[in-house]
Design a protein around this ligand. Structure first.
Ligand SMILES: [Zn+2]
Length: 221
């Protein structure tokens, strides 16, 4: 396929039956398997890659293979890391007695970008969602419990999405850990009800961390 034809390639009328090459179709399908990438976007990305030097395309592929083969999940907080312990857990300047519990690593990145929080994290790997068949056993909760019992944790900040699933998870964790002498707080509702944490702006999210609320004030038995 020459470059002129490539650049004029009509992506709008593209259907799976019209691929001129099985190799091209396979590559498009790989991209289209990713979340948020439709067939048309996938085709644009594949054609852009095809226009690059062979060396660059090989490096592109190698980057993802190396990522998959060498990435670690921090053995202390379940954050993604290049080493067994992530850069936050291994940083002595962080407050290791305060743990911010989040749903996923995107939320760690969101809270870090506020520059308002200096404790450590715990990544649950999801939130309780009966509709999606996700229960407490599917989340990384025992690692957090180990940390509470063994590491002198003084405060747990529940920084989960302000959705029904987030509230259910907050309630579950509050009940489960209420037997331990640890203060439990949740981020202030500067984050709108129903918001995903990672989409909150940095100032709002930063303020929510600073003005966190004790869980006892929210849940009374
Ligand atoms: Zn860590």
């Amino acid at each position: 396929m020459n470059r002129i034809f490539e650049s004029n390639f009509n992506t709008r009328k593209m259907t799976t039956n019209h691929f001129p090459s099985k190799l091209l179709e396979n590559a498009v399908n790989e991209f289209a398997n990713l979340p948020g990438i439709g067939k048309k976007t996938a085709l644009r990305l594949v054609l852009a890659l095809l226009r690059q030097d062979k060396e660059d395309v090989i490096n592109f592929g190698k980057t993802f293979i190396e990522l998959k083969e060498n990435i670690h999940y921090c053995k202390s907080c379940n954050n993604i890391s290049d080493a067994e312990l992530c850069g936050i857990c291994s940083n002595p300047a962080r407050d290791h007695q305060t743990v911010c519990v989040v749903e996923n690593i995107r939320d760690v990145m969101a809270v870090e970008s506020t520059h308002q929080y200096h404790g450590i994290y715990h990544v649950l790997g999801g939130i309780i969602s009966p509709m999606d068949g996700i229960g407490p056993d599917d989340l990384e909760i025992s690692l957090l419990e180990n940390k509470i019992t063994n590491s002198g944790i003084k405060e747990i900040i529940l920084a989960l999405s302000t959705t029904m699933e987030g509230d259910t998870t907050n309630f579950y964790l509050f009940k489960k850990f209420s037997k331990y002498p640890v203060k439990m707080t949740t981020i202030a509702r500067g984050v709108s009800i129903g918001d995903e944490l990672e989409y909150a702006d940095e100032i709002t999210l930063g303020r929510s961390i600073l003005n966190r609320t004790p869980m006892d004030d929210i849940i009374s038995f």
